[in-house]
Design a protein around this ligand. Structure first.
Ligand SMILES: [Zn+2]
Length: 317
């Protein structure tokens, strides 16, 4: 059996899988502190919960770990969501869990899981946008994860959708992430509430010092037709249109998977909208926007990908 663990900025999810990739048990724990020691303690707790719930005797051979960071040689190079730089997470996790551990980037693992088990199954070229606190991206080209010369390929959140546009967390201007991420949406909501003094149901949830907002809160305000929520979300997420179309024009993939907290919370209506927003920018046959599909694995995608990584001893796609 294999363990897949997803380390996120707010929670750790551990899944126990059997050899056929079936989920036998899960354990989830909230992340309180994000320093490596505290996060590893949270990982241990999630793993313990999952193992307690697994049926029968479970012998875990290897553990896969997904981290929100670029990864090289078992080291998390930079994880802004956790405030990590150069953390030797593979070594630390092996010590904490007492088993061999394999570490990978969370978005790549989520995409690999969608490719093997989910929305992109058995398709040659697949790209994915994962919209949450940031906008993650990954590309699998003809069955291989596209890494590029330096491992930096596939950063779809940093496609330029507005030259000289808004400043992005990466330092550039006009990136998709500067418009469509929850970080960007929250900043716009604060402007509407506290600079422009507009009324909104979101005023209860969002104060000037609020650091993050739950996707479900955004969706609820949107569904209630709150003017600020509708305006900010439509304006920000609309930028997925040209970004998705650019990927279609560049790669002509068989699937473009949309996932992440925001997509999960909105569900099919958002996917339909993204198709509509992308359509005018598609080269040639515009009906190719049909390739845009929702993630099939949802919140489990990264942990499943991590378990696959463990199963294949660190070499995944
Ligand atoms: Zn950027």
């Amino acid at each position: 059996m294999y363990l897949g663990v997803d380390i996120g900025g707010t929670k750790v999810l551990a899944l126990v899988l059997n050899r056929d990739g079936k989920v036998l048990a899960r354990g989830k724990t909230r992340v309180q502190q994000t320093d490596p020691d505290s996060v590893l303690e949270t990982v241990r707790r999630s793993v313990r919960k999952a193992l307690e719930r697994a049926p029968g005797k479970t012998k875990i051979r290897r553990v896969g770990l997904g981290v929100p960071s670029s990864v090289r040689g078992g080291t998390a190079l930079f994880a802004p969501a956790l405030g990590w730089r150069e953390v030797e997470i593979e070594k630390l996790a092996e010590r904490a869990l007492g088993r061999p551990v394999f570490v990978g980037n969370d978005v790549n693992l989520g995409m690999a899981a969608e490719y093997r088990l989910g929305a992109g199954r058995a398709k040659g070229t697949v790209a994915g946008f994962f919209v949450g606190t940031g906008v993650g991206g990954a590309i699998i080209h003809e069955g291989r994860l596209l890494r590029g010369e330096d491992g930096m390929a596939g950063e779809l959140g940093h496609l330029i959708v507005a030259p000289d546009g808004r400043k992005c967390g990466c330092g550039n201007r006009g990136c998709l992430e500067a418009y469509a991420s929850k970080t960007a949406l929250l900043a716009r909501i604060k402007e509407a509430l506290y600079r422009d003094h507009r009324p909104s149901v979101l005023a209860q949830e969002v104060q000037p010092g609020t650091k993050m907002i739950r996707s479900s809160v955004l969706v609820r305000a949107y569904q209630r037709r709150d003017a600020v929520a509708c305006e900010v979300l439509d304006e920000g997420l609309k930028m997925l249109g040209p970004a998705v179309a650019s990927v279609l024009n560049l790669l002509s993939p068989q699937r473009i998977v949309l996932g992440g907290g925001v997509v999960e919370a909105f569900g099919a209506p958002l996917v339909e909208k993204v198709r509509r927003w992308a359509k005018p920018y598609v080269f040639g046959d515009r009906d190719r926007v049909r390739a845009v599909v929702p993630s099939a694995l949802g919140d489990d995608a990264v942990a499943l990908g991590a378990a696959l990584l463990a199963r294949h001893k660190g070499s995944l796609l």
